[in-house]
Design a protein around this ligand. Structure first.
Ligand SMILES: [Zn+2]
Length: 469
């Protein structure tokens, strides 16, 4: 069997791993690469394999860096199934359509400028219509149920505790050999969540695995307690409102947005922050909230109990909270001068309505741009998190006066200790660990820790590197 790491290799974006077993090709994930525009343009448009030749795709969860290039895969001829949990299938459908819409409007915006300069227009990576095509390929597969994506492979999806519907992928492989068939278990972690995250269950640990492909986004550190993140959020909102400013939060529409809304609701209820309007400016976040509510099978015990008391629905919708769907409503927010909180996508400020909010608010020193998640290198979000004074938005340079605040403790990714525990739980049988979905600065300290725990065979593959098992 051969594994080729075609994405999320020494970086955390564009997750894509090709497995070749018994003459069949199985793709784990088909993520969108986010980074430098020119590089992303090339990487996302050209697959390093022929999509027509793939036999199956398995998706760990709906985040765009794992699912976001599926429409293009299908456009380029992939015609078979995509296995994912039911919640992931539903979330991915709306997220991909949103992504298609963003690619279209970005291309339109850029083309307007190109036309003025006499340049040829560019095509969007894919359209909303292309994205809608993906839905018919999903084969919703419940947690802990065996399925057979290609001959010789029995697969299962188990709880990853990262976002609603997220899964690790277990592959029990029987490879045909001339004399004796080779049997082993390969465990692909997907993105590993944390214990005690709101709404969802805790991640399952990978016991009895021979090979482990695991993420290492935060291999270098442990997150702060979620309680600290709560307090920081409270402080940021309070001081911004005190000086009459707006809090602008680029946030992933699925997961993070719901958590922020929930926390802000509690804070206002407790009188911990002033009562100011909160706008969730993302049609996707509204749809995602509906999907959260329709998949109670993914909730943890605490949330089930909460719903049973009929409080949860209210937690994701309160008096001062407005979900804006239309562009007109979104634009109207720019004219309002009073303090408010605007939560908008995309989470790394690469596309979507957040760009307009940033453009309109970045020059006012009363405002705060609040970064609540990890930002990929070369994205606008990373430049903001790095507190650069001049940033480019829609091709124009803006001198930043707004405060930048960052909150780390909200992460939906495992920190160093849990990652180590994850790898250690395989120790009985483990032959090799492959670290993916992480940068050098995350992988190197984790490898060191693993070594100290006698996990010696750890490999941190480069992009497009192949390994034979
Ligand atoms: Zn993720």
């Amino acid at each position: 069997m051969r594994i080729t790491f075609h994405g999320a290799a020494q970086t955390v974006t564009g997750s894509q791993h090709l497995l070749e077993i018994n003459g069949y090709k199985l793709l784990l994930e088909c993520g969108l690469y986010q980074g430098k525009r020119s590089e992303a343009f090339q990487r996302n448009r050209h697959f390093p394999f022929d999509p027509k030749e793939l036999d199956a795709v398995i998706l760990s969860h709906a985040h765009i860096d794992h699912s976001g290039n599926l429409p293009n895969l299908i456009k380029k001829g992939y015609h078979k199934s995509i296995y994912a949990t039911p919640a992931t299938s539903h979330l991915a459908n709306i997220m991909l359509m949103d992504s298609g819409h963003i690619h279209e409007s970005d291309a339109n915006y850029v083309n307007k400028k190109r036309r003025k300069k006499g340049l040829e227009p560019i095509d969007p990576l894919y359209t909303l219509e292309d994205a809608a095509e993906v839905a018919q390929h999903f084969l919703p597969t419940s947690y802990n149920q065996s399925f057979y994506p290609i001959p010789g492979v029995e697969a299962q999806l188990v709880e990853a505790g990262h976002i609603l519907g997220s899964a690790a992928i277990i592959l029990d492989i029987e490879e045909k050999k001339a004399y004796k068939n080779n049997r082993f278990r390969l465990w692909f972690s997907g993105d590993i969540g944390r214990r005690d995250l709101p709404l969802i269950r805790d991640p399952i640990m990978p016991e009895n695995s021979d090979y482990l492909m695991m993420e290492c986004t935060y291999g270098d550190k442990n997150h702060r307690n979620p309680r600290e993140a709560y307090n920081e959020l409270r402080q940021v909102v309070s001081r911004t409102v005190d000086r009459g400013g707006k809090v602008i939060i680029p946030a992933f529409a699925v997961g993070r947005t719901q958590e922020l809304v929930y926390d802000l609701h509690i804070m206002m209820d407790n009188g911990e922050i002033p009562k100011v309007p909160v706008f969730v400016d993302s049609p996707l976040a509204v749809n995602a909230t509906d999907i959260f509510r329709s998949h109670p099978e993914c909730f943890d015990q605490e949330t089930r109990a909460f719903i049973a008391k009929d409080k949860h629905k209210a937690a994701l919708g309160f008096e001062l909270l407005t979900y804006t769907r239309s562009v007109e409503e979104s634009k109207a927010l720019n004219k309002r001068k009073y303090p408010m909180v605007i939560i908008s996508a995309s989470g790394m400020a690469e596309a979507g309505r957040i760009l307009h909010h940033l453009k309109n608010n970045i020059k006012d020193a009363r405002n705060t741009i609040l970064i609540v998640s990890w930002q990929a290198p070369n994205t606008l979000g990373r430049r903001l998190a790095d507190r650069e004074q001049e940033v480019r938005i829609f091709g124009e340079t803006y001198h930043r006066k707004a405060e930048i605040a960052t909150i780390g403790g909200l992460s939906a990714h495992a920190g160093q200790s849990l990652l180590l525990e994850y790898a250690q739980s395989t120790q009985e049988r483990i032959k090799q660990v492959y670290l993916v979905h992480g940068e050098e600065r995350g992988a190197a300290p984790l490898m060191e820790k693993m070594k100290q725990s006698n996990i010696e065979n750890v490999f941190f593959p480069n992009l497009h590197t192949s390994v034979e098992i």
